[in-house]
Design a protein around this ligand. Sequence first.
Ligand code: C2O
Ligand code: CU
Length: 487
Amino acid sequence: MNKLILTGLTLLLVACTASMDPVDSSQRVDIEEGEVLQLDARPVLNTIDGIQFSMYGYNGQIPGPTLRVKQGTTMKVNFTNHLSEPTTVHWHGLRHNYKDDGVPYVSQDPVLPGESHLYTLRFPDAGVFWYHPHIREDRQQNLGLYGSILVESEDHDNMHEEFLMLGDLLVENNKNVLYGESRANFALMGRFGNLLLVNGKSTYSLHITEGESVRFYITDVSNARPYNFSIDNTMLKIVGGDIGNYEQEFYATSIVLGPAERIIAEVTFNQPGEYHLRNTNLWQSYDLGTIVVSPSGKTTEQELASHQDVIADISNYTQYFNKQPDEVMHLTIAMHHMMGGMHSTTSIEWEDTMQHMNSMMSASNVRWIIKDEKTGLENEKLTYRFNVGDVKKIRIINDETSAHPMQHLIHLHGQRFLVLEQDGVKNENFVWKDTVMVPTGSYVDILLDASNPGEWMLHCHIAEHLEAGMMSSFIVGDSTAELSQHS
Ligand code: C2O
Ligand code: CU
């Protein structure tokens, strides 16, 4: 018998003998100061459109528990790994201690099957954050390991709130297309699923009454897929992004977000009827779910607010807006089997239009690259050094002439930044961010507020690109001595 069949059989046996519980939907957990949350990762059975998928859940839920905390809270998470593979939990967007950041070998050792790890979390910023593994995201996160964290400011106003975690699964013959065993497959473009999920299901629905407003906290938890999100016949009032609110709220009929980015959008439904959530791109339009609005005869006026606290905070940084870039990074690729020029026709890859080839490209024959212009250093060899309190302008250039041009989602751990401009077009309405989409052939200037000491990662959030090497680091702090003082 060949080895593949044997592995298949073993997997099948494991799947049958380990009694896997059906998945639960995300439960809301309100966290008090000093609280210890018990969290685990374990296999779950998720039935989608009548098909059973063996997936992973935090506390048996997809998404994992939705944590709600007050800004400034400190809490602990006692995490246990009930998977058969090592994992860690990364708390995306938190400016907390780098030793609690879940990065393997930098923050901690991987949590092996059956082991536990205690995280201490701090929440200095209000906004919507999320958590996910930082080992083999291409498989673990794709299988359901993600959850939202809402950090409420003192003046958080309660309204009907909905968390939408947008993900996808790649399904063929009623099965989840296999993940690369030792290294990620789909390393070229990332795994674009063909089954689009909201909160781990294909059947998102919401029932409200006419005149009601809903605040949506939207996170792209896909490996690679960008979304152009809209709700039929409504205007989205865009209130916030990755880390808190925009300076100025604005209306949009649709909004684009890529892996790891967040959007806070409020919508008032002043007409009874059925509304569809959609993802519409150049090639496809997907129905993501339904909102049914029952009549009440009430209407509500919507207004655009400006957020003075955000404006005041950001005004401390305007003095740096026009400086020359301190650092310049290039995003590119090296392929072992070159296959001639492939030029994308748009600056964003909305779908995988070359799935067969993509599936065969593994992290061992594709290398995605972050390259520092000054030193020529690449990926894990590149470590930027900043002092605590530095404000640095970083230009990120996405090389259009590389062998496979594609957008990247550049994420910096543990800090916040402003997106100052893209291709010379200056931004005029700011929001603090931790992840930015850099389309093909574009450059983006970010202004990094390097205020949180530690050793941090900088990487593309397309899970397969990260697996294929697209990862560097930066140190904030003068010396390791200083770093250990803070840990
Ligand atoms: Cu959400 Cu290192 O990433
Ligand atoms: Cu990338």
